[in-house]
Design a protein around this ligand. Structure first.
Ligand code: GTP
Ligand code: MG
Length: 481
């Protein structure tokens, strides 16, 4: 059981800043802070202040020594984050000062909070539902505009309202069916079967749509996965470094330099991308290299976008190999790399030029021209780049943003695996209810499936939950959240 009796305290800010905030919440919060805080002017007791108030003064140790000059914000229950009596002490960001104030607070009767305990209390006091509580963590960690948009919608309750709407409709239907049971002797039907059927179809559709949106939602939350694949030495690691503007992966002219995958995120046009540099695809005799290549194929299947890097000096055969490896051409952006070598007499160039029909793209630059061969499917985007010299990378960034934009929708996006699983279970139970209805099963059996659907739906917003589930969710939070 959650302990709501004690008063908890924790730093709410990460170490290293000029200022730090220490949160205190619980029945004794204002008394605890009052014991260590001396206001600059003789004002009323902190506990007696009304509404939200701000107090300037000093934190003073029992030996009379001033620890720091601080501001104390007072929030009276229920008008606080946790819904309890709360205070926030803004002090200087020194690790010593923060530690000392926490020591003084614990001596004054508070205890250190466990991870997520403030938000768990907010949930317990009905300040937010479980989906909103989970969104708190997402809002704090959001690194891109798209991530932020989804998380803030969930925090503000738009998503919860949508789920509650479905749940209320299902409850109504269940009650109608259950009412028929009370009149079973009289053989009456309160719920019009046809209408009931179409409402159930709608609900199945709605829940499945939400569950399906997890693929995109998850990509937005954790970064749209972009696998960088191609032959050894084609310039994959050079491209990763160029996109990140950082020397993240080792680059060398020895084929097979990258063996394990290297993953790193970066924001392009408000969308977080997760770039995955992979081991070059070739027939490897070495066991470790073979395992690396196996991993490459897994990353291709998991990616939303695949950047197929081709060395311009060996384009034709490498393109063929790539088209063979990437089974979904719509995901593929073909990059003819090392275009800076154009003009250099490279063996095989004549062959490449013959097979690739070159056309000017909007940039008009010689190196950023689109190229297309009759063997490349139309849905494959093609660009010429030089990863080493940064040529054509702006065009590539635009392509990435456009491709990610194609997959993002305006409606609600589910970003949480727990929610997606619950929505699938809801849809399955609803489908069972729908089937029962079609085959004229007794209303109590249909109602049973509906009750199960309602139960699964209720686990998302926390109407139905267990201490174990709550413990698992909040333990993933930081201390002070
Ligand atoms: N001229 C030129 N050289 C490049 C370009 N991109 C990469 N290279 C060179 O190609 C060689 C291989 O580059 P890497 O980035 O290590 O290639 P890779 O595809 O990661 O190779 P593996 O990890 O072995 O599969 C290095 O010597 C790079 O400097 C480019 O645009 N132009
Ligand atoms: Mg590499």
């Amino acid at each position: 059981m959650i302990d709501l009796e004690s008063t908890i305290c924790a730093p709410a800010t990460a170490p290293g800043g000029a200022l730090a905030v220490i949160r205190v919440s619980g029945p004794d919060a204002l008394r605890c802070v009052g014991r260590i805080f001396r206001p600059s002017s003789a004002r009323r007791d902190l506990a007696e202040a009304e509404g939200y108030t701000l107090h300037y003064g000093n934190i003073v140790a029992p030996d009379g020594k001033v620890v720091d000059e601080v501001l104390v914000s007072v929030f009276h229950a229920p008008a606080s984050y946790t819904g309890e009596e709360s205070a926030e002490i803004s002090c200087h960001g020194s690790a010593y000062i923060v530690g000392k104030i926490l020591d003084l607070l614990t001596s004054a009767g508070a205890r250190l909070a466990s991870p997520g305990e403030f938000t768990r209390r907010a949930f317990a006091s009905g300040k937010m539902d479980l989906a909103q509580a989970e969104a708190v963590a997402d809002v704090i960690s959001s690194a891109s505009a798209a991530q932020h948009r989804v998380a803030i919608n969930q925090l503000r309750g738009g998503y919860s309202d949508e789920l509650r709407g479905i749940r209320d409709r299902l409850l109504e239907l269940t009650k109608l069916l259950e009412l028929e049971l009370d009149f079973s002797e009289e053989d009456v039907e309160f719920a019009d079967r046809e209408r009931l059927g179409s409402l159930l179809d709608e609900a199945v559709d709605h829940c499945s749509r939400l569950a399906d949106s997890f693929r995109i939602g998850n990509a937005i939350r954790n970064g749209v996965p972009v696998a960088i694949v191609g032959a050894p030495n084609s310039g994959k690691s050079t491209l990763l470094n160029a996109l990140l503007r950082d020397e993240r992966a080792i680059v060398s002219d020895i084929p097979g330099t990258t063996r394990d995958t290297v993953e790193e995120t970066c924001v392009i046009d408000g969308v977080l991308f997760r770039f995955i540099d992979t081991a070059g695809i070739r027939d490897a005799s070495d066991e470790v290299e073979r395992l690396g290549i196996e991993l490459t194929f897994r990353k291709i299947s998991e990616a939303e976008i695949v950047l197929g890097v081709v060395d311009t000096t060996d384009a034709a055969s490498q393109i063929e190999a790539l088209l063979h490896s990437v089974t979904e051409p719509g995901k593929l952006i073909l990059l003819l790399n090392k275009c800076d070598l154009e003009g250099v007499d490279v063996p095989g160039r004549a062959d490449v030029s013959e097979r690739l029909e070159v056309s000017e793209n909007s940039e008009g630059s010689a190196c950023a021209r689109d190229f297309r061969s009759s063997m490349i499917p139309n849905e494959v985007t093609c660009l010429k780049i030089s990863a080493k010299h940064g040529i054509g990378l702006d065009a590539l960034r635009r392509q990435l943003a456009a491709k990610a934009g194609l997959t993002s929708t305006e409606g609600t996006l589910v970003t949480n695996a727990r929610h997606a699983a619950a929505l699938r279970q809801t849809a399955t139970a609803l489908s069972a209810a729908r089937e029962g209805l079609s085959s004229s099963l007794p209303p109590d059996l249909v109602a049973q499936d509906l009750r199960e659907a309602i139960l699964h739906l209720g686990t998302i917003t926390g109407e139905i939950t267990t201490d174990e589930v709550l413990g698992e969710i909040f333990s993933g939070f930081c201390i002070g959240k």
